[in-house]
Design a protein around this ligand. Structure first.
Ligand code: TEU
Length: 562
């Protein structure tokens, strides 16, 4: 597979800069902090770093509300720091992917400041402005962060559209000037040396016209507008245009990944088929929605392993012939993987964290490691709403309690699902504030940092960190990990996740027991196969998996190869 793109055998590490490492003691992580940890990332073995937004921002949504695309927010450092980061990554053979948030800007972005100034401002049409409809909002859609997607602006007495917070007005991609301005900005970043883009909610940029009411949401005054903005009619045209204007003209191969809530396999096939020149891969949301009830992410539903396997298995199959998967368990919007899909039980936490890494990294696609996942960092034991910082959590709490829902029940859901679970500071060592800052951290450090931290794991050959290091090395060393064909096994087994990968006669079997009870696996052909990697120190009984045990077995035409 020599013609395969470099990112097929790469592993990406996501940094949420606010929570990674703080150099100047203000309690907020920064770019110099990231630079100070590059040896750690190099030791882990990752190929690419993706940083969540570091641009100038009023921080209504921790930087996903950008007021200047061409500068670094002073809280994170300077442009010179960013140049230094790029240089230092490249010096270590690593690449940088930056987060591009162009479905919306901050309401403090000069484009929006102009747009709202008057109805005849040249930038008026850069955003979505509408008059009232029968004395109320132009459509009934609910915003991702609660309330209407429409905000009445007193300056001109018209509403503007914001699919997220009222401080994140949506750009009007129908306007070619908007698209040209975005492309120019992206080229500016490529000229600075960045190696790719993670594109925030990029499948929302094409809106279905005319904008009209969506189906009403039960027990709500709002409706669901997603049919008007999930993969709208011009989405493929826009992404192809972006590719042509920004990506294709480069003399090096970049990495582009589109974050796409609600994307289907069929859409993803089209987005990621190289023949269409749109994006290299997408972040799909199906598997992280399986434990959501009808009320959404804060409506807790049990997760069945068979559903998880069916979902991920379908995505593997759907993108097998052309296109490519991205693989993730968690990111800055999700609770911690080990607490959600594994277990926090101290007896099995380490094993289950290794199991999750093993299962994910051996799927076909590009794996993403979210900061702290490689340590098995857990959800935070939030005790009260005052400890939460995320506007999504706080807005949801306010809306749900105002609607008469029991405050304790609402909080219990947030405790499990709040995005802040993934945003507590990186646990570097056992010292105060986990070595994240010498100041007061902007959000509490998990008290379990005394036990779960990078310093302790670096010294421990059996740590989660060492296991991730091995998984990443395996992808680099064995072509079957990057390229092999995927087949799901035992689809109806509620406890064991099992699949094979096959490439040029080499076959891997991955078997993982998602629970504490022992499971016998009925795959007799594999009884004598060689163990490549496992999360127990010894081989164990033939194909009987112990609590949270994961094994990777190999069979090669000429016998043992490693
Ligand atoms: O997230 C998009 C998104 O739809 C969700 O994952 C979001 O976290 C969820 O709707 C909240 O319940 C992206 C970013 O990853 C996220 O951090 C931003 O807040 C959001 O876009 C707006 O830019």
């Amino acid at each position: 597979m020599t013609d395969a793109p470099w990112w097929a055998s790469a592993v990406v590490y996501q940094i949420y800069p606010r929570s990674f490492a703080d150099c100047d003691g203000d309690g907020i992580g920064d770019v110099p902090g990231i630079i100070s940890k590059l040896d750690y990332l190099h030791e882990l073995g990752v190929d690419v770093v993706w940083i969540s937004p570091f641009y100038r921002s009023p921080m209504d949504d921790n930087g996903y509300d950008i007021s200047d695309y061409r500068d670094v927010d002073p809280v994170f450092g300077t442009l010179a720091d960013l140049d230094e980061l790029i240089a230092q990554l490249h010096a270590r053979g690593m690449k940088l992917v930056i987060d591009v948030v162009v479905n919306h800007t901050s309401d403090e972005h000069p484009w929006f400041v102009e747009s709202r100034a008057s109805k005849d401002n040249p930038k008026r049409d850069w955003y979505w402005w509408r008059p009232a409809h029968d004395g109320r909002e132009p459509t009934n859609w609910i915003a991702a962060f609660q309330g209407s997607v429409w905000e009445l602006d007193p300056t001109t007495d018209e509403y503007y559209l914001h699919l997220f917070s009222r401080r994140q007005p949506d750009l009007n991609w129908e306007n070619p000037e908007v698209r040209a301005a975005v492309y120019e900005m992206l080229r500016w970043w490529l000229a600075r040396g960045v190696d790719g883009f993670r594109m925030d909610v990029i499948n929302y940029i094409s809106k279905r016209l005319p904008l009209q009411d969506g189906p009403p949401i039960p027990n709500s005054r709002y409706g669901n507008g997603s049919a008007f903005y999930w993969c709208g009619p011009r989405i493929h045209e826009f992404l192809h245009e972006l590719n042509t204007e920004v990506i294709a003209s480069q003399d090096r191969q970049l990495l582009t990944v589109g974050e796409m809530p609600g994307v289907t396999i069929e859409d993803a096939q089209r987005f990621t088929d190289p023949a269409n020149a749109e994006v290299d891969m997408v972040f799909q949301f199906e598997h992280v929605g399986l434990d959501h009830g009808p009320g959404g992410r804060y409506d807790l539903a049990p997760l069945r392993l068979t559903d998880l396997k069916r979902s991920l298995g379908r995505w593997q199959e759907g993108l097998a012939k052309s296109g490519w998967n991205s693989l993730y368990w968690n990111n800055h919007d999700q609770p911690r993987a080990v607490s959600r899909y594994g277990t926090d039980d101290p007896e099995y936490r380490v094993r289950s964290a290794k199991l999750l890494g093993t299962v994910l990294h051996l799927h076909r696609g590009t794996p993403y490691v979210y900061q702290g996942e490689e340590l098995g960092m857990t959800n935070y034991p939030f005790a009260s709403i005052d400890e939460l910082r995320d506007l999504d959590s706080l807005n949801y709490y306010a809306a749900a309690t105002a609607a008469g829902r029991d405050a304790d029940a609402v909080f219990a859901a947030l405790r499990t699902r709040s995005r802040d679970n993934g945003r507590t500071p990186m646990q570097w060592d056992a010292s105060e504030h986990a070595g994240f800052t010498t100041g007061t951290p902007w959000i509490a450090v998990n008290p379990n940092h005394v036990e779960i931290n990078a310093a302790a794991q670096g010294d421990d050959p059996d740590s989660v960190f060492r296991h991730y290091q091995q998984l990443i090395a395996l992808r680099h060393e064995l072509p079957v990990v990057a390229h092999g064909e995927f087949s799901m096994l035992l689809p109806d087994d509620e406890h064991v996740y099992a699949f094979t990968r096959r490439d040029q006669g080499v076959e891997l079997l991955v078997i993982a027991n998602f629970g504490a009870a022992e499971q016998a696996v009925d795959l007799p052909d594999w009884a004598d196969a060689e163990l490549v990697l496992g999360n127990y120190p010894d081989h164990g009984a033939e194909l009987t998996l112990r609590a949270w045990e994961a094994r990777v077995l190999i069979s090669t035409p000429g016998g043992p190869m490693r």
